[in-house]
Design a protein around this ligand. Structure first.
Ligand code: XBP
Ligand code: MG
Length: 259
């Protein structure tokens, strides 16, 4: 059977486009806890453990159930979580607007190349839509949210990653078959969501996810790489720059392997 050509790239956001967990979300949560007079602290290790639960509201609830069971039963829990999440989001968006969060290596290069080649672009994330457009507008280029045929984000689906729902939601809007798409993710949770929707997936790891199990990914990389600073392939020897030709090759190889 002739393999389906690569027609669309779907990008995860947090940890994939930028180190938003390290440079944005975690500091914004901690500053918000202090603002609310809460003695909750998410240090690096705790945050790394909490990342198994996607979505800030869901993560807050999980944190309280696990580390603060006495607070997880307070009568105003839903209101408190909603208020903390809203204040944290405002803080995070200020950080984006200040230019404090840049894109990971190779992200702008690949998006630019794909766009010029007429590849459909999409975003599939657990964070809220405003956080996506804020990152794109401030770190990629003004107006760049318009480059994306679908921004699948946050609560548009009731169940977040590792459920495949956000990918299925995006696929419906893109009008491409799963075989024509390739996903870029950074985490095992994201990989499970993408694979659950039948999508070939390339992983770019970060400090939070480097030790996770990426079985089922078509390639595992340190980052997307730049011509003058190639990435390392972590599942095969050799440096690599994830340009469109390389992604097309991996995508085609992935289909013949999975056939
Ligand atoms: C990552 C998430 C989000 C972020 C924080 O999403 O699970 O919850 O950690 O953002 P993805 P919020 O990797 O799918 O982009 O606080 O807005 O939830
Ligand atoms: Mg991610």
């Amino acid at each position: 059977m002739t393999p389906a050509p690569l027609q669309a790239l779907l990008f995860d956001v947090d940890g994939t486009l930028a180190e938003t967990e390290r440079d944005g979300h975690r500091p914004a949560y901690n500053a918000t806890f202090a603002e609310f007079g809460l003695d909750w602290v998410w240090d690096e290790a705790t945050y790394g453990e909490l990342l198994v639960v996607t979505g800030g509201k869901e993560r807050l609830r999980y944190y309280l159930q696990r580390y603060r069971p006495e607070e997880s039963v307070r009568a105003d829990l839903d209101e408190l979580i909603a208020a903390v999440y809203a204040a944290k989001t405002a803080r995070y968006q200020q950080l984006l607007a200040s230019g404090a969060i840049g894109l990971r290596p190779g992200v702008k290069r690949l998006i630019t190349e794909a766009r010029e080649a007429g590849i459909t672009l999409a975003v599939t994330t657990t964070t809220s839509p405003g956080n996506v457009t804020g990152l794109l507008e401030h770190a990629l280029a003004p107006g760049s949210s318009q480059w994306f045929a679908a921004i699948a984000a946050g609560d548009v689906v009731p169940v977040k990653k590792p459920a495949p729902d956000i990918y299925l939601w995006a696929l419906e809007r893109l009008g491409h078959s799963p075989a024509e798409c390739l996903v870029i993710e950074d985490s095992a949770v994201g990989l499970r969501a993408a694979r659950g929707a039948g999508l070939a997936t390339v992983i770019t790891v970060n400090d939070y996810t480097a030790d996770e199990d990426f079985t089922g990914a078509i390639a595992v990389l340190s980052d997307l790489g730049e011509p003058d600073a190639p990435a390392q392939r972590l599942d095969a020897p050799g440096p690599v720059v994830a340009d469109l030709a390389t992604l097309r090759r991996w995508h085609a190889e992935g289909q013949s392997t999975n056939a």
